[in-house]
Design a protein around this ligand. Structure first.
Ligand SMILES: Nc1ncnc2c1ncn2[C@@H]1O[C@H](COP(=O)(O)OP(=O)(O)OP(=O)(O)O)[C@@H](O)[C@H]1O
Ligand SMILES: [Mg+2]
Length: 233
């Protein structure tokens, strides 16, 4: 099975080569754990090698996202032809006089694919879509969304938050947000207190269907790009 590389130092080894093409992968963590940054970095890494990607940003406006990634050293100008950003304001304009958010999201994401055949899709975030689309039956709507994403034929990274009370808990015990059984993969990000003053960013691949991945916790370091390394005691 073809793998989508993350082009993140250390992460492709943890994933035994990358994310199986066509997977729907949850990238989850508490606020500030760098979900947006890591997802963009994966898209950017593919885009500079001609792998087309679409970033659907429902939390941050396009300008704010571009500013953020530029501050981290990614240059969107380099990926003009291969990385496209769709934000909430753009979707709102398409909304016209009503209709359903979920329909609009699907329709627009799908229609972009006819002119711009992206291989990688980032949805930032599932929580924002849940609020916009006013999910009545969370499990049912999430199930339909994941099924639809899988049918789209590209590889998807779906970003999600967790309330602080759950942020430290293991995904196995999340309760209501049981997207875990729907997703082909789960990458979990946390910030752990180290000593009195330090906080260390961590990453764990909880699951990745069809891959003999490493399940251990790793450190997630950002300096001129992301790096996933062993945790040194
Ligand atoms: N230029 C930078 N270099 C390194 N780290 C940065 C830089 N800019 C921001 N950060 C760190 O990244 C964090 C935000 O990252 P990001 O927005 O990717 O997180 P997130 O998990 O998507 O957050 P949210 O829950 O708000 O969506 C900031 O809180 C800060 O700690
Ligand atoms: Mg974010």
């Amino acid at each position: 099975m073809r793998r989508i590389r993350t082009y993140t130092e250390g992460l492709d080894q943890v994933l035994d080569g990358g994310i199986p093409q066509g997977s729907v992968v949850l990238l989850v963590g508490a606020p500030g754990t760098m979900k947006t940054s890591l997802a963009y970095s994966i898209l950017h890494g593919n885009a500079i090698r001609d792998g087309k990607g679409l970033y659907v940003s429902l939390e941050q406006g396009r300008e704010s996202l571009v500013h953020h990634v530029q501050s981290m050293g990614f240059d969107p100008a380099e990926t003009k032809q291969t990385l496209s950003i769709l934000d909430l304001a753009t979707l709102r304009k398409k909304m016209g006089d009503g209709g359903s958010w979920m329909e609009l999201f699907r329709m627009y994401t799908q229609s972009i694919r006819t002119g711009f055949s992206y291989d990688l899709l980032v949805l930032d975030s599932l929580d924002a879509l849940e609020v916009l689309a006013q999910f009545q039956d969370y499990r049912g709507e999430a199930f339909e969304l994941f099924k639809w994403l899988r049918g789209l034929g590209c590889t998807s990274l779906v970003l999600g938050e967790m309330p602080p009370s759950r942020a430290r808990a293991q995904p196995e015990s999340w309760g209501r947000h049981r997207e875990d059984y729907l997703a082909d993969g789960i990458i979990f990000l946390t910030m752990e207190k180290r000593g009195d003053f330090e906080v260390q960013r961590r990453l764990r691949v909880v699951k990745m269907r069809g891959v003999r991945h490493d399940t251990a916790w790793h450190a997630l370091v950002f300096d001129n790009g992301f790096r996933v390394t062993e945790i040194l005691s």
